[in-house]
Design a binder for this molecule. Structure first.
Ligand SMILES: Cc1cc2nc3c(=O)[nH]c(=O)nc-3n(C[C@H](O)[C@H](O)[C@H](O)COP(=O)(O)OP(=O)(O)OC[C@H]3O[C@@H](n4cnc5c(N)ncnc54)[C@H](O)[C@@H]3O)c2cc1C
Length: 470
């Protein structure tokens, strides 16, 4: 074993070191920390450190786990045994004016750093909603960024990646060179067979204006409102991000109350265009019963980021799950879908918990890449609490509401998943098969950890299909 700490630009931290706990979980967003103990943590100071770390792991027979922003809800970066390489220092950002491509280190915070950096240059990248999410894990699993409905998955704007391979080599991967790694980097998530040390991202011109519509409805109106939304969302122009949220909000009579919000965020060429794009929202048949209506109010990305931070307090305890919802092709189908997801939105047991429904319609055709499963609507729910003793109750609730939604569930998105609790499909079968070939070729010795799952032999299968086949 060569554990020479001076061999690194950063720091190799061992379990006996005073700052072990900080190195192990200090940068993890979710306050619900796992007990899993790696053998060592390399706080990488440079790309060369990442290469050295992989070689050190090879010498020691260690499996490598990776952390960029530390926001994986199920804390995928902390695994039992092996070496955790923390990429927190890899945050360099550079912009090429000729190609409009921005290159950024994997721990760059999408909203807090990358977005303002590009805004200052009149450019935009459709990164994640919460400002503190690292681009590393976000892009590798697909990336549901601003107006993903209209602009596509953030991973579709990745034009190249620089990767440290299982041998510790640094390679560039794009559509022409190491194209297998480029394909896998857009959707493999935590089973990517390498470490991305830099992303190269296509940017778009900064939009001209933002306008925000928000209707606040009582939870008892959920079914009526949602039924209307299922009929309306395809008609809304694709420059509008459509999200419905169950969340506690300040109400006109004072204090806070959980309401069901219907929101449209229009990215317009100018204020008039943004406002006009939100017209469909005024057709809500229950608008007269709304607790409040905010109609096409001008907004800014900074305001949107602030709201995200308020709704996602760091280091609280989170349990979440999600589902790609399917079956809205007929009136009966819509009724089944609305009933299937109703408890997710109306029964959250935690004061700060929330649930989101996000439109993905009309569904766009995806690029040829690992990410390959989505439907017309996405649902995720989060319990947010401080006392670990509330875990069993909140876990039961999450399991119950998603079991209720099972008849209208097609699969899951890796970004809000926890396969130690529930395993669902997240990739098309042919893409899954291709990914397995790439992993086998690129990482034959299993240098990198794969998906963290209760049943690692049965990944990418909906658990009820597995149970039925038994
Ligand atoms: C508050 C909050 C808001 C969120 N909002 C959104 C959202 O709007 N849209 C969305 O799509 N998702 C969202 N997510 C989910 C988030 O995108 C994922 O949890 C993502 O994995 C986080 O990336 P990270 O780099 O911060 O996480 P990490 O925990 O650092 O990384 C997760 C895993 O990805 C792999 N990985 C990360 N970086 C690399 C790398 N450079 N090379 C190889 N493998 C790597 C590793 O297996 C790692 O363990 C949100 C999460 C939180 C906590």
């Amino acid at each position: 074993m060569t554990l020479d700490a001076s061999a690194f630009d950063g720091r190799l931290v061992l379990p006996t070191d005073a700052d072990w706990e900080q190195a192990r979980v200090g940068r993890v967003f979710n306050g619900r920390r796992p007990g899993r103990q790696p053998d060592a943590v390399l706080v990488a100071g440079s790309i060369e450190d990442v290469q050295r770390g992989v070689r050190l792991a090879k010498e020691n027979g260690w499996t490598v786990a990776v952390r960029s922003g530390g926001h994986a809800w199920a804390v995928w970066s902390v695994r039992e045994g092996g070496l955790l390489i923390d990429l927190g220092a890899l945050t360099d950002v550079g912009y090429d004016e000729e190609t409009d491509v921005v290159s950024a280190g994997p721990a760059t915070k999408g909203g807090e750093v990358l977005s303002p950096y590009l805004e200052a240059r009149g450019r935009f990248f459709n990164g994640g909603h919460c400002p503190t999410v690292g681009i590393g894990g976000f892009l590798l699993q697909g990336g549901q960024g601003w107006n993903q409905r209209g602009w596509g998955w953030a991973a579709e704007s990745v034009v190249a990646v620089d990767v440290v391979t299982a041998d510790g080599e640094l390679v560039h991967a794009d559509a022409n060179e190491n194209s297998d790694l480029y394909w896998a980097a857009r959707g493999a998530g935590p089973a990517f067979p390498g470490i991305v040390v830099r992303f190269h991202l296509a940017t778009r011109p900064m939009f001209g204006a933002l306008a925000h519509t928000v209707h606040g409805y009582e939870l008892e109106d959920f079914s009526e409102v949602m039924t209307w939304m299922y009929r309306a969302h395809r008609r809304i122009p694709d420059n509008v991000e459509i999200v419905c949220v169950s969340v506690p909000v300040p109400v006109p009579e004072g204090g806070e109350r959980r309401l069901f919000l219907v929101t449209g965020l229009a990215f317009g060429d100018d204020e008039e265009h943004a406002r006009a794009s939100l017209a469909e929202f005024t057709t809500s048949p229950v608008i007269d019963r709304a607790v409040f209506v905010q109609d096409a109010v001008p907004s800014t990305l900074a305001q949107q980021r602030e709201e995200q931070l308020r709704n996602n307090p760091e280091h609280w305890q989170y349990i979440c799950d999600n589902a790609w919802i399917d079956g809205e092709d007929s009136a009966e189908g819509i009724a089944a879908v609305v009933e299937g997801i109703r408890p997710v939105f109306t029964t959250n047991p935690t004061e700060h918990g929330f649930a989101i429904w996000m439109s993905n319609a009309p569904r766009r055709e995806l690029q040829d890449m690992a990410f390959s499963l989505h439907t017309d609507a996405y649902v995720a729910a989060y319990t947010v609490y401080e006392d670990p003793a509330d875990y069993p109750r909140n876990r039961d609730w999450v399991n119950e509401v998603f079991a209720h939604a099972q008849p209208v569930t097609a699969g899951q998105y890796l970004g809000d998943s926890d396969m130690t609790n529930r395993q669902l499909r997240f990739m098309a079968p042919e893409n899954w098969a291709r990914l397995q070939e790439i992993i086998a070729a690129r990482d034959p010795e299993g240098r990198f950890h794969r998906y963290l799952a209760a049943d690692p032999e049965r990944i990418n299968v909906n658990h009820w299909e597995r149970e039925e086949a038994r």
